[in-house]
Design a protein around this ligand. Structure first.
Ligand code: NDP
Length: 316
């Protein structure tokens, strides 16, 4: 494994973060979930990403149990707040009330006294940003979170949050956006703004939810047991399951083979080439996937290969 600073902060995280959306508490049995966490640890992954909303809190619980016997100081645990956790009018968003209640609930489920990174899962247009950032500042000052991050915020939202965090003297260090060779939206505005502010990207779905492994073949049914056959997961991966996309992905195969990498490794290595990316969050339904993908940490892609990949995927 290789390790990087999270943005310009002093916190060092693993280049690959293991994330448990869709899988823990839902798609995969607990035994398989724990096996994936063990595979992550065995491959040098020390950073773990979850959220209160994943499987209605069960994903945090599974991760908490899986990591319970580990030395806490050797881990970086990230979670998030924002999405609805109940039917109540305040069971959602980034109000002071919801943030203060949510951090305690997350810590209880994760069986830890603090998280290393507490993230706003989305921007909340219904709560004044000042209220949100002051609540985050109190969470940091109480020692329940060491750093603050955001997820899928626009460049302007990141700038405004960063300004308030500076005034409050709390570390807003990261953004967590979707980013892969098939989804490059952040390159336009978010990455340049973040670079300027010292904010790092912790990117999600680096292999486009499995699509960049090449296992979804054009004109064929999805492989049994894959996310595309999971009742909930299929609704998310569906956005990529277009013939044109799947054909282009197959065209990447010889490029990966020439580089001595699998397609999954090539895709993860591709996001890690971006110097504003602090880490890629990989998901997995099986431990072998973690071990395979972990090889991408530290893999160097030469400029010619990256240019060819971009050319193959450009029209999709
Ligand atoms: P990935 O793009 O890494 O997709 C992971 C899925 O792809 C696995 O669960 C598995 O699904 C399949 N896969 C992985 N490796 C292989 C392999 N080597 N061969 C074949 N199939 C493979 O990321 P995710 O979409 O899972 O997202 C990762 C994490 O990012 C989440 O757990 C979460 O922590 C975070 N996230 C954050 C979001 C946010 O809004 N902030 C939104 C989404 C994710 P299967 O075997 O079932 O096909």
């Amino acid at each position: 494994m290789h390790y990087r600073h999270l943005g310009s902060s002093g916190l060092i995280i693993s280049e690959l973060v293991y994330g448990n959306w869709i899988t823990h508490g839902s798609q995969v049995e607990e035994n398989a979930a724990v096996a994936c966490v063990r595979a992550a640890l065995n491959n040098g992954i020390t950073s773990f990403d979850t959220a209160d909303v994943y499987a209605g809190g069960r994903a945090e619980e599974v991760l908490g149990r899986a990591l319970k016997s580990e030395r806490r100081e050797g881990l970086e645990i990230f979670t998030k707040v924002y999405h609805p956790m109940g039917e109540g009018k305040n069971d959602r968003g980034l109000s002071r009330k919801h943030i203060m209640e949510s951090i305690d609930n997350s810590l209880r489920r994760l069986q830890t006294d603090y998280v290393d990174l507490y993230q706003a899962h989305r921007y909340d247009p219904e709560t004044p940003l000042e209220e949100t950032m002051e609540a985050f500042a109190d969470v940091v000052r109480s020692g329940k979170a060491h750093y603050i991050g955001v997820s899928e915020w626009t460049a302007d939202q990141i700038r405004a949050g960063h300004q308030l965090a500076r005034e409050l003297r709390i570390p807003l260090v990261s953004n967590q956006p979707q980013y892969s060779a098939l989804w490059r939206v952040i390159e336009g505005e978010v990455v340049p703004a973040s670079r300027e502010l010292g904010i790092g990207q912790i990117v999600f779905s680096p292999i486009a939810q499995g699509v960049l492994t090449g296992k979804y073949k054009p004109g064929a049914a999805p492989p049994e047991g894959s996310r595309a056959t999971d009742e909930r997961g299929s609704t998310f991966v569906a956005r990529y399951l277009r013939e044109e996309v799947l054909e282009r992905v197959q065209q990447l195969k010889p490029l990966a083979e020439n580089a001595g990498l699998s397609l999954a490794q090539l895709a993860v290595a591709w996001v890690l080439q971006n110097d504003n990316v602090s880490a890629a969050i990989i998901g997995a339904s099986r431990p072998e996937q973690v071990s395979e993908n972990a090889v991408a940490a530290g893999a160097q892609l030469d400029g010619e290969l990256v240019a060819k990949m971009n050319e193959v995927l450009a029209p999709v």
